[in-house]
Every structure is written in structure tokens, then in C-alpha cells.
Ligand binder design. Structure first.
Ligand code: HEM
Length: 438
């Protein structure tokens, strides 16, 4: 009996979360539905190639109805929905038969989109988790990492032979964030490769409509990641080190700390979010700076503009395309009635291209005065916990690369990741020096 359930549960899970939505999305895409077009645009369509679609969605109104959810690509409305208390993260579980089926088939291991992941919990639990994490993950703790991040960036570049073509995602953009976050979380160097491989394999877990093969690969990576985390946390408990995760293990509020499950969920999310997004910031930033040499020249002239340039990169080509919130009551958004339980898809990349806030939104302008008003780190209660770290890594990573290799040239063969919510390069082949140095 158990065996049958073991086989049946993943099939049901896939059917409910991916198989049925996949078919529905395809049918809706054929009808030209904007939401289906948004959700089915995979890695082959870079976000910068989707700005017409964002404009079309905005032209329908600040809030419009897609095939499955409400949609908004308006800067004001995205920000509003993310900040409102009558909206929550996560999806309302279905009632009746479908709800029972979903509960029966639910996963036994951690998933970034299942509680107690910070991403889908709400107060009071969310407030408690966040307070404990921010107690150790302070802006000062992050600024203290700047020097070490510079060292890591230089060490990585030292290992690359600049006379050979190189894939910058594999050797640099992917390596820098994983090395930094692994040090923060006390992951031994010999385990970083495993963590990085598992994290990348699990990254489509945020997407809807995965194929059966993708779903199986994602689930086995998530299960392996969970098992690895349990072991890692046990080691840190027995032998605390000088790292933020050891401090989180020991952190208490009114004498109460995180349970083992909460610790695994929080550490796992910080770890995976710590590199699966920043790799995209570095890759997208490299491509933008390469393709806009005049903007790179502005940065050479005035390096104090680097932090603004990183925000402009985050604005124009954000690593996370969208998120969503569910209405907890019957309500209204921008004059449109939204019933309780309905989901509003907040298109972060669309908000970042809203001409009402960013004039000439498609223009990459490292001097843009309000670049920092982008919503790439979300807003409200779930505002990205790693924003300061990501900004620092973006600045150090890109600046080190272009300072050391001012003549860096991208060469043919770049590909985008096949994830829909996380957006960035899978491969970014380059020559660091335009001709052999010897
Ligand atoms: C450029 C890099 C990054 C981007 C674009 C990014 C983006 C985001 C976004 C959009 C959310 C909120 C999703 C929502 O509202 O539903 C989020 C949440 C989060 N991010 Fe980041 N992130 C980045 C880097 C990082 C890093 C380096 C860390 C690790 C320290 C991190 C840790 C988290 C955590 C723990 C949350 C959950 C917060 C909560 O739900 O309260 N992120 N991030």
C-alpha cells in the first residue's frame, strides 16, 4: 500500500501543480492570452525581449484579468499590492476534493513555496522568523564582507586563463555568489560544488507547468538539498563556527529559537536565494555593460556611479521576473474588484519598465536619477532579505571584472536559463582579452 502511495503521490503532485496548469497555459497561449504568453516565455525569450508584452498588459489597465489570475505591470499598483495587509503571499489551498488530494500528495521535504519558507509565511510566524534572521543578517555584517568579496572576485579571475575563451557564468558569475554565501553560512569549501549543483537543479521549483522530467529532477534535488541541510545544521550545532548560520542556530527571541524545520527552511532559502538570483544580476549586468560601452565609459570616468549602475541593471533586467499575492478578503485594486482567494500576479519587471516612473524605460542609463525605485527586490513584508548583500556583490563583482578586463568581449554562444521566474544567462562565452597576450 505504501509503495503504491509512494509512486502515486508524485504523479498526483505533478498533475495538480504542473500537468493541468501546463495544458491550460498552452491552450490559453494559443488564444493569445497575455498571462499565458507571460508564463510560457521561457529561457529563449530574455526579459528585455518581453517589454512589449509588459506594455500590452499595462495598456489593458493598471489591473486586468488574465486567464488564471489578475495581472499588473503598473509600478504604483505592484508596490501597493505587495505592501497591503489584505493580500498574502502563497496560494490559497483549494477546498473540497481537490484540496484533500493536494494535502494527501503534499511533499515530505522542504520546498521554497511551502511553509515554513519565509516566502510563503505570514505574520505572526513570518515576523518571528524575519526578526531572528535580520538580527544576524545586518547591513553592517554585509558591509564587513565587502573586502572578502573583493578577494574572492580576484581569486576567481586569477584562475581563468585570459587568453582562452571562457564561459563567464560557469567560471565567475555563478561562482562568486555561491562562494560568498557559502562562507557566510559556514559551508566547507569541498561541499560548495554539491550545494551549487543542487541549488541550480532546484531553481525551476518556483515555476508552474514543469514537464514530468523537469519536475522529477527538481524534486530529487530539493530532497537531496534538504538532507544535506539537516546534516550541515547538525554539524554547526555540535561545532558552531564564526558564521551567520551558527549565529542563527543560537538566536533566540524571548528565549525561543527556530525549530529544526524552521531553521532548515530559512537556511535553505537564504542559501539558495543567495546565489540563484545574484548569478543573474552578474550575468545580466555583464551583458548590459558590454553592449553599452558608452555607459561603461561613464563608470570609468566616475566610479562613484557604480552603486547606481547596479540598481539600473536590476531595474532594466531583473533576476526575478514576477511574484504574486492572494487577496484575503473581497477587495478592490485600482478600482477593479478582486474577490477573496484571487491571485494578483505582480510583474516586477513590468513595474520596472513603467514609463510613468522611468522615462524612456528601455534606455540603459547608469546615471538614471531614480534607478533605485525599481521593485526587483519586491516590497512590503517580503522585501528581499539579501538586498544589501546582492547590491554589494553586484558592485564588487562587475567592477572587478571590468576594471581588470576593460576590453572584455562577449562571443557568440550565449544562452538563457530555461527558468521562467528566475531570469538570466545559462552561458555567457567571452574573451577577457581581445587577442592573445603572448
Ligand atoms: C540580485 C539578487 C536578488 C534578487 C533580485 C532577489 C529578489 C527577491 C525577491 C523579488 C524576493 C521577494 C519575493 C516575493 O515578494 O514574493 C526576495 C525574497 C528573499 N530573498 Fe532575495 N533576491 C536577491 C538576492 C538575495 C540574496 C543574496 C539573499 C540571501 C542573503 C536573498 C534572500 C532572500 C530571502 C530570505 C527572501 C525571503 C524574504 C521574505 O519572504 O520575507 N536574496 N528576494
Amino acid at each position: 500500500m505504501t509503495r503504491v502511495a509512494d509512486v502515486a503521490k508524485p504523479v498526483v503532485r505533478w498533475g495538480l501543480n504542473h500537468g493541468m496548469p501546463r495544458t491550460a497555459l498552452r491552450l490559453a497561449a494559443r488564444r493569445g492570452d497575455l498571462q499565458a504568453r507571460l508564463f510560457t516565455a521561457g529561457g529563449t525569450t530574455p526579459t528585455l525581449g518581453m517589454t512589449d508584452l509588459f506594455d500590452e498588459i499595462r495598456a489593458r489597465g493598471a489591473v486586468s484579468k488574465g486567464a488564471f489570475t489578475y495581472l499588473t505591470a503598473s509600478h504604483a499598483v505592484v508596490r501597493e499590492v505587495l505592501g497591503r495587509n489584505d493580500f498574502r503571499s502563497g496560494i490559497t489551498p483549494a477546498a473540497g476534493f481537490w484540496g484533500r488530494l493536494a494535502r494527501w500528495s503534499s511533499v515530505a521535504f522542504l520546498h521554497p513555496m511551502a511553509p515554513p519558507s519565509l516566502l510563503v509565511t505570514e505574520p505572526p510566524d513570518h515576523t518571528r522568523y524575519r526578526r531572528l534572521v535580520t538580527r544576524v543578517f545586518t547591513v553592517r555584517a554585509v558591509e564587513n564582507l565587502r573586502g572578502r568579496t573583493e578577494e574572492i572576485a580576484n581569486e576567481l579571475l586569477d584562475t581563468i586563463d585570459p587568453t582562452d575563451p571562457v564561459d563567464l557564468v560557469e567560471t565567475y558569475c555563478g561562482q562568486l555568489p555561491v562562494t560568498v554565501i557559502a562562507e557566510i553560512l559556514g559551508v566547507p569549501p569541498e561541499q560548495r560544488g554539491t550545494v551549487s549543483t543542487l541549488g541550480s537543479a532546484a531553481s525551476p521549483s518556483l515555476d508552474m507547468g514543469l514537464s514530468w522530467g523537469q519536475f522529477r529532477r527538481v524534486e530529487s534535488a530539493l530532497a537531496a538539498f534538504d538532507a544535506w541541510l539537516a546534516e550541515h545544521l547538525e554539524k554547526l550545532k555540535a561545532n558552531p563556527g564564526d558564521n551567520l548560520l551558527s549565529r542563527l542556530v543560537a538566536a533566540r527571541e524571548d528565549g525561543v529559537g527556530l525549530t529544526d524545520l524552521e531553521l532548515r527552511a530559512t537556511a535553505g532559502l537564504v542559501l539558495a536565494a543567495g546565489f540563484e538570483t545574484t548569478v543573474n544580476l552578474l550575468g545580466n549586468g555583464t551583458a548590459l555593460l558590454h553592449d553599452n560601452p558608452a555607459e561603461l565609459a561613464v563608470l570609468r570616468e566616475d566610479p562613484a556611479l557604480w552603486p547606481n549602475a547596479v540598481d539600473e541593471i536590476l531595474r532594466i533586467d531583473p533576476p526575478v521576473m514576477l511574484t504574486g499575492r492572494t487577496a484575503t478578503h473581497n477587495t478592490e485594486v485600482a478600482g477593479v474588484p478582486v474577490p477573496a482567494g484571487a491571485l494578483v500576479t505582480t510583474i516586477l519587471a513590468g513595474a520596472n519598465h513603467d514609463p510613468a516612473v522611468f522615462p524612456e524605460p528601455r534606455r540603459f542609463d547608469v546615471r538614471r536619477p531614480n534607478a533605485r525605485e525599481h521593485i526587483s527586490f519586491s516590497a512590503g513584508r517580503h522585501y528581499c532579505l539579501g538586498a544589501a548583500l546582492a547590491r554589494m556583490e553586484g558592485e564588487v563583482g562587475l567592477r572587478t571584472l571590468f576594471d581588470r578586463y576593460p576590453n572584455l568581449r562577449l562571443i557568440p554562444g550565449a544562452t538563457h536559463r530555461n527558468t521562467r521566474i528566475l531570469r538570466g544567462f545559462e552561458r555567457l562565452p567571452a574573451r577577457l582579452t581581445p587577442w592573445p597576450m603572448h
